[in-house]
Design a protein around this ligand. Structure first.
Ligand SMILES: Nc1nc2c(ncn2[C@@H]2O[C@H](COP(=O)(O)OP(=O)(O)O)[C@@H](O)[C@H]2O)c(=O)[nH]1
Ligand SMILES: [Mg+2]
Length: 302
């Protein structure tokens, strides 16, 4: 695609919604690459993730965010405020609603009340592959009574339905200005963090029945070798010693399997051989320790 540098548009779009609305799936489908962790476990997106794409002359910078709901615990408060902080940066705000969810209107009220009146906020009903048309129309009406959205879109992020209209809207409505990222960049997430996200996803896929979501993965070492290969060391932090055994598995079998999956996926993304070593450590109450928030890219006084 050729781009006329005098005539470009560029802007930030925040994707807000309840946990499990499909925010990360939408970002991944729109960008066309797996950037943001998608899991059926809720609240897996911890810090802000950018996905970058072009629509004609417009660079669209999508911000995936943690789910927004009325928070109670410390970590929940940090995640919800990280999500709501993106409102200030955004040119357009997308309120993503899982249309197949029971009590969707009531449960989205907390977020509706946080939406600003002075910016374009659009309503996006997601998972329409699972919902009847009448329900969608009723839902649209009820949600518009809660907030005066500029526009409504009906999509399936997973099945890639309805995204053309949404992309066209974003392409037309973002402000004029130079592109902020190089044309081929898809995310601003550091590779170390992306690698940690991938490991976290593989753990959830493998152990979702046995583990609470309070685990944390850190990439501690990343070495690029002259022969083009990469060596990565990671640590999985669990809350209790008993959970260490679950992650390791009999004779270390589980962690080995997880490591294999991580390695293959990283090789795919990086396009080079990957060697990975994963350690498991117990660190009680990490969720209440503030130093861990900065590791996750969250800034929150605890
Ligand atoms: N049927 C259906 N499932 C979807 C759709 N979009 C997302 N999902 C599923 O909803 C779950 C939560 O998605 P995720 O993107 O992690 O939600 P997030 O918490 O808002 O980031 C995952 O299992 C997705 O596969 C959709 O359009 N249709
Ligand atoms: Mg997510």
């Amino acid at each position: 695609m050729t781009r006329n540098a005098d005539n470009t548009q560029c802007g930030f779009v925040s994707i807000l919604g309840l946990p499990n609305a499909g925010k990360s799936t939408l970002l991944n489908t729109m960008v066309g690459s797996k950037i943001s962790i998608v899991s059926h476990k809720v609240q897996t997106t911890r810090s802000r993730v950018l996905g970058i794409l072009a629509e004609g002359q417009t660079q669209i910078i999508l911000m995936d965010t943690p789910g927004v709901f009325a928070p109670k615990k410390t970590l929940e408060k940090a995640m919800v405020s990280a999500a709501l902080d993106t409102i200030a940066e955004a040119d357009i705000i997308m309120h993503l609603v899982d249309a197949s969810m029971k009590d969707a209107v009531e449960r989205n009220k907390f977020l509706s009340e946080k939406l600003p009146g002075n910016k374009k906020c659009i309503l996006i009903l997601n998972k329409i592959d699972q919902v009847k048309k009448e329900t969608l129309l009723e839902l649209t009406k009820a949600l518009h009574e809660q907030f005066d959205y500029s526009e409504t879109f009906m999509i399936s992020a997973l099945k890639d339905k309805g995204l053309d209209a949404l992309l066209a809207y974003l392409g037309q409505n973002l402000p004029a200005g130079p592109w902020l990222f190089p044309e081929d960049q898809m995310t601003d997430m550091p590779m170390r963090m992306l690698a940690a996200e991938i490991t976290r996803e593989k753990i959830f896929e493998r152990l979702h029945q046995e583990l609470p979501y309070s685990i944390f993965v850190e990439t501690q070492n990343w070495e690029n070798f002259d022969n083009g290969s990469v060596k990565i060391d990671q640590v999985i932090y669990v809350e209790r010693d008993s959970q260490k055994g679950i992650v390791l598995g009999k004779g270390g079998r589980t962690i080995k399997e997880i490591g294999q999956h991580v390695r293959l996926e990283l090789q795919d993304i990086l396009g080079c051989p990957v060697h990975i070593k994963i350690f498991v450590k117990a660190q009680s109450n990490w969720a209440e320790r503030s130093e861990n928030y900065s590791l996750m890219g969250l800034n929150f006084p605890v």
